[in-house]
Ligand binder design. Structure first.
Ligand SMILES: *Cc1c(COP(=O)(O)O)cnc(C)c1O
Length: 389
């Protein structure tokens, strides 16, 4: 084995998938409640996605951003329309989308005459593993060993308005705020709508860019295209990746208002970013979400899964909280529960544990009601056995 040892891998490998099920090398079937970490929006082997990718691969996979790319123009128009934003830069991953956002904020600051621009970021945030994005991440484990970190980030507690107001008074170098409307890796922590609206107002008053990382919570998962839309606000910068193309690598950084028109030719780029294959996969993903009503389904399924778990686990000691929005679900226990991942695999279920004691579910949006019920039954049994052991 010549793979670098940078992942804690489970001892299972899959050969194929169908809908929300995966099949391993022994032919065993698993209910997938992780969806490749919020990536497989349409589940596995969705016929429309497979067809679109195959047809595009037969036409054109990659040219270059040296030329016009029609599929990229179409996807940019589509995303800008859904998000009410002005411009889109395409890359290949979430950390790259956030790198673009960070560079935009710095350029914005320099244009305002701020030589050492700072970006407000949150505790328990996750923004990626590149040097700038791990510096923006609010988790020491992600940063340890990689110092010196990139400077220019100011950290505050999540969903805490007075903390932001204090920074506003004390730090004239701040040019932007970057946060996840729902923190994923941090344990499914939801920013209140009132907080987001107040933050929007502070950004307007101060001339800060309001930047949302929707890499995990975006693309229909919470019942709206983008989670910040629950608060009825528009960001200046939004980053996307994970679920955007249902598994084909893609990232996007969208801008509006004061954040639009900042980059000029030569300021930023990506060789692969926005290639025809990835853009067609994203356009197809968006079409299917819309035409099959999957955002409304995400709400119904999320309510059913959270409600079902609450009922099934009502008499079990050790459940701290069952929370989430749509198909972004966290079950917080009163103790570390990483071993649940392996136990679930043994039972034929794929889940994740984050922040040490939060079982995280990020199912695809194509679950049937019966799949959701199966997930509740399997998971409730596993959690009960674990807590009562
Ligand atoms: C996963 C994630 C990232 C990083 O995305 P990569 O594609 O792994 O670089 C950034 N932000 C959030 C909120 C994420 O969940």
């Amino acid at each position: 084995m010549h793979l670098m040892n940078n992942y804690n891998r489970q001892p299972v490998a899959f050969t194929h998938g169908e809908g929300c099920y995966l099949f391993d090398e022994q032919g065993r079937r698993y209910l997938d409640a992780l969806g490749g970490i919020a990536v497989n929006t349409l589940g596995h082997a969705h016929p429309r996605l497979v067809k679109a990718i195959c047809e595009q691969a037969g036409r054109l996979i990659h040219t270059s951003n040296v030329y016009r790319v029609r599929e990229q123009e179409l996807l940019a128009d589509r995303l800008a329309g859904l998000a009410h934003m002005d411009e889109v830069f395409f890359c290949n991953s979430g950390c790259e989308a956030n790198e673009a956002a960070i560079k935009l904020a710095r350029m914005y600051g320099h244009q305002k005459g701020i030589d050492l621009p700072a970006i407000v970021v949150m505790e328990h945030a996750f923004h990626g593993r590149t040097l700038a994005t791990l510096s923006a991440t609010g988790n020491r484990k992600v940063q340890a060993g990689f110092e010196p970190l990139v400077s220019g980030f100011v950290r505050v507690p999540f969903d805490d308005l007075p903390a932001i107001e204090q920074v506003a008074v004390n730090n004239p170098n701040v040019v932007a705020v970057l946060f996840e409307p729902i923190q994923g890796e941090g344990g499914i922590n939801i920013a209140h709508n009132g907080y987001m609206r107040a933050l929007r107002r502070i950004c307007d008053e101060r001339g800060w860019l309001f930047m949302v990382d929707e890499v995990q919570c975006g693309i229909g998962r919470t019942g709206v295209w983008f989670a910040h839309q629950h608060a009825g606000i528009r960001p200046d910068v939004m980053t996307l990746a994970k679920g955007l193309a249902s598994g084909v690598p893609i990232g996007a950084c969208l801008t509006a208002g004061p954040a639009a028109d900042l980059f000029k030719p030569g300021n930023h780029g990506s060789t692969f970013g926005g290639n025809p294959l990835a853009c067609v996969a994203a356009l197809t993903t968006l079409d299917v979400i819309e035409q099959e009503g999957l955002m409304a389904r995400a709400v119904v399924l999320g309510d059913a899964i959270r409600g079902g778990l609450k009922t099934a686990l009502a008499d079990v000691a050790g459940i701290v909280d069952i929370r989430g929005d749509g198909l972004m679900i966290g079950i917080q226990l009163d103790r570390p529960c990483g071993e649940l991942v392996g136990r679930a695999i043994a039972a034929g279920l794929l889940i994740n544990v984050t922040a040490g004691n939060v079982v995280r579910l990020l199912p695809s949006l194509i679950y049937s009601d019966a799949d959701a019920k199966r997930l509740v039954d399997m998971l409730a049994t596993l959690i009960r056995e674990f807590l009562e052991a």
